[in-house]
Design a protein around this ligand. Structure first.
Ligand code: ZN
Length: 344
């Protein structure tokens, strides 16, 4: 096991750790520690809501989650010699849920995980201030709160890449925009698909990442990697050989209107078609939505040139079901599929 350079006590908030987490990207967030190019190290993380979700049968905690203090990352880890214009080479050597002696407990990742659908009404506080800037204090902390960018979305510097194949064995080439590169990590997933459709979009957990880092000096210009990283996927993904694929086009069937080459609408239609199909097998709409939001499905942009309709598809692996999910003349077998936790 590599040296732990950022440790997390799963019994404490990210704001109370020895080095507090940060939920803003800003050049002035102080480095938590420095590492050398060529080194391997471990970073421990808390689950993305900072463990506001409990291991229980009510969804009230998901409904009431405070998103303003969510998404606190572990880091930043400074890389010696990294300068703007370099490429930071990051190997994800391993990752997983919380390890011994903290492997069981109340925080997600301590032997359990969850996924959820968030209420449309919650999210209004999403861009409001509850800024955490690591160890920054005083004027620096104020500047980070004023100018910093939330860590929640994907961004030019990297940010939140919810990509199915962004897993153990991946190698990422990040454009370096600040001295020391300042690598941070968090929001780990036990399982997820491509084409994230719920706000969780995965089975959420706290845990660890083992990183290896190196530098390609001046690599941004050498490889024309200026605004977003490139990466090589790991080879540990589950490999499926058979899929049931749902197709959607950019037509809003509720209002009977075409939205010219709108790939988001086309993908939404593919998802809704899959949800309606799965309901025939006994799932509630919410269950089907949660399943599509956490299983290793593959969402694809299939065609965006044949005007006026974009065409997107959702590949559902048939092997994730313990019954035959394919259409046949015998018809679907509707059974009791249990139920998801709901809010009161
Ligand atoms: Zn997540």
């Amino acid at each position: 096991m590599p040296e732990v350079v950022f440790s997390v006590d799963q019994g404490k908030s990210m704001s109370e750790q020895a080095v507090p987490g940060h939920n803003r990207w800003h050049p002035d967030v102080p480095v938590a520690t420095m590492v050398r190019p060529g080194s391997d190290f471990r970073v421990e993380c808390r689950e993305w809501t900072d463990a506001q979700i409990g291991n229980n049968d009510s969804a009230n905690d998901v409904r009431d989650v405070d998103l303003s203090r969510a998404h606190m990352l572990s880091g930043p880890i400074g890389v010696e010699g990294a300068e703007p214009g370099d490429l930071l080479v990051v190997d994800i050597l391993d990752l997983g849920p919380v390890q011994a002696p903290q492997e069981f407990g109340d925080a997600p990742g301590q032997g359990w995980g969850y996924t959820g659908i968030f209420a449309r009404e919650n999210g209004g506080g999403f861009l409001t201030d509850n800024s955490l800037g690591g160890t920054a204090t005083g004027e620096v902390a104020d500047r980070i709160a004023r100018e910093g960018a939330r860590t929640v979305p994907a961004r030019e510097n990297g940010g939140n890449h919810d990509i199915k194949n962004f897993t153990r064995g991946s190698r990422v080439f990040y454009p370096v925009h600040v001295n020391d590169a300042k690598l941070s990590g968090g929001d780990l997933h036990f399982s997820q698909g491509d084409g994230e459709i719920t706000f969780c979009g995965a089975i959420e957990m706290g845990g660890f990442i083992d990183f290896g880092v190196d530098l390609i000096k001046g690599g941004m210009e050498t490889y024309a990697v200026t605004t977003n990283p490139i990466f090589m996927p790991g080879n540990v993904e589950p490999r499926y050989s058979e899929f049931l694929t749902f197709i959607g086009i950019s037509v809003d069937h509720e209002n009977d209107t075409n939205e010219y080459l709108n790939a988001t609408l086309a993908y939404k239609r593919a998802c809704l078609n899959a949800v309606e199909y799965l309901k025939k097998f006994g799932y509630s709409g919410e269950q089907a939505y949660l399943l599509l939001g956490s299983a290793p499905i593959e969402g694809r942009v299939s065609g965006i040139v044949d005007i006026p309709n974009a065409c997107c598809s959702l590949y559902l692996p048939t092997a994730i079901f313990d019954f035959d999910v394919r259409p046949s003349s015998a018809g679907p077998v509707s059974a009791d599929r249990g139920m998801a936790a709901i809010s009161s």
